[in-house]
Design a protein around this ligand. Structure first.
Ligand SMILES: [Zn+2]
Length: 340
């Protein structure tokens, strides 16, 4: 199946505008007033005082709290936060008909200890797609095909990212949030690195280190320094978002441009163009944020839900591209010399 690309410039213009508009609007994304509201703060203070302020009260709380919830990190303080959140939410709906956000998030109904059930389940789904497509990749692509090992690294980054996304949406605490953000950035960076390796560094079925080392090393070093900054220096949402979007814009435009240039020789590249373009359009949901439908589905969770089918398309491109490179490699003297 061949995608008819309407216009080369339109495609990247759309992708660029989507991401650039998010880049511009990003400082307002994390604004929240619920946790600053006196009703929330007073209710929470009272709850903490009544349930968590002495050893005897904590013991009483622990005997009432199911063990499974305690193991999932729902301690006395976080239970008070959860109760206070709903107290203010109901009050705000009655009085001002607005849904408050708390610590940058909407209120969600907890399900089986999951703080954000939809995002959590969709993250598991994305991880499952990555595992399934990795097994398909290994079945369909010969192990001596170009980029075989490099894509394994990419799949590992993907699976790691979805593990941490699941953990974070299951329980949002400081360290799970940092791991989610850092691994999400690793996913974006790996997309850029794969582009460099695929387009500029392939020589036969091996990676040309003379090209790969000077291009990949500075990006990898930046990733490490950014991860260190987020983890140990300052966790800045707006700075992190801008860094992510800058990398995403560059990477998206690069993949799209390449797919347009090679599309007549490699018609399957419509898959990478479609997945990147649709992924960027889905990211717009983060700008047009809305309170969760049924207190379950917010824009972020729908974004996670939407990336799962797109991942099928992207990984399918990965398989097609490796098979294409393998066929090209088979025509080279290097292949015949190795007698594979
Ligand atoms: Zn998420």
């Amino acid at each position: 199946m061949k995608l008819t690309i309407p216009s080369t410039t339109t495609m990247h213009l759309v992708a660029f505008l989507c991401l650039f508009s998010i880049w511009l609007l990003s400082p307002s994304v994390n604004a929240s007033w619920g946790d600053q509201h006196p009703v929330f703060q007073n209710y929470r203070r009272h709850c903490l005082n009544m349930n968590c302020s002495t050893d005897a009260k904590l013991t009483r709380f622990n005997t009432r709290q199911p063990l499974s919830m305690r193991l999932l990190g729902w301690d006395c303080s976080s239970e008070c936060t959860y109760e206070s959140m709903w107290h203010l939410t109901h009050k705000a709906l009655e009085e001002v008909e607005r849904v408050p956000q708390f610590y940058g998030k909407w209120p969600f109904v907890r399900f089986m200890g999951m703080q954000e059930p939809a995002s959590c389940i969709f993250s598991i789904l994305n991880g499952a797609v990555a595992v399934y497509m990795l097994s398909r990749f290994r079945r369909q692509v010969p192990s001596n095909a170009p980029m075989y090992e490099a894509w394994h690294g990419y799949f590992a980054v993907q699976i790691n990212t979805w593990v941490w996304s699941t953990v974070f949406h299951f329980r949002d605490v400081t360290w799970t949030e940092k791991m989610d953000y850092i691994s999400a950035f690793s996913l974006i960076v790996s997309g850029m690195l794969m582009f460099i390796l695929r387009v500029f560094s392939m020589k036969g079925n091996t990676i040309n280190m003379k090209v790969a080392v000077p291009t990949v090393t500075p990006i990898a070093m930046f990733f490490l320094s950014h991860a260190f900054y987020l983890g140990f220096t300052k966790f800045s949402y707006s700075y992190n978002l801008k860094v992510n979007l800058t990398f995403a814009i560059v990477s998206s435009v690069a993949w799209l441009l390449w797919s347009i240039i090679v599309r007549s020789r490699q018609p399957y590249v419509w898959k990478v163009a479609l997945s990147i373009l649709s992924g960027n359009l889905l990211t717009l949901l983060e700008v047009f944020d809305f309170p969760p439908v049924w207190w379950v589905f917010d824009a972020h969770s729908i974004w996670h839900g939407g990336t799962a089918p797109l991942a099928f398309v992207f990984y399918s491109f990965v398989i097609d591209d490796c098979l294409y490179l393998y066929e090209e490699y088979k025509k080279t003297p290097d292949y015949r010399r190795k007698g594979v």
